[in-house]
Design a protein around this ligand. Sequence first.
Ligand SMILES: [Cu+2]
Length: 134
Amino acid sequence: MNTRTHCVNHKRFSTYVTSIALVTSSALALMISSSSMAAEQQHMNMSNMNMTQPQTTVKHAKAHGVLVSIDAAHHSVVIKHQAIKKWQEPAMTMPFDVATSIDLNAFSVSNSIDFTITKDANNNVTIISMTPAN
Ligand SMILES: [Cu+2]
């Protein structure tokens, strides 16, 4: 019984592997026959993807504010920021995660800053650039 089940599964597995091999070789043949056409096809697929799945596109917004507190060890800050019109966000004081590439030791509380935030597919907001402002 066990042996028989094994054999049936094994046969299914072989069929599966064979179809994969067929698909792979025909895809390869298509790519070799016309590489420029393949590139164009890929480009079309990509723009199509952007239109159908806009929420996976990374969103950036520029903002201005004043540093209220800095936690360099945890890469986070609290900023009293001005309205961010692009995201219909009113002025407020709120915490932000900061990209590890930004050296928070270069900033002090009460500094005015210009910063760029990005929102990922799960709506997590992170500051990806921060510069002193006048
Ligand atoms: Cu806010």
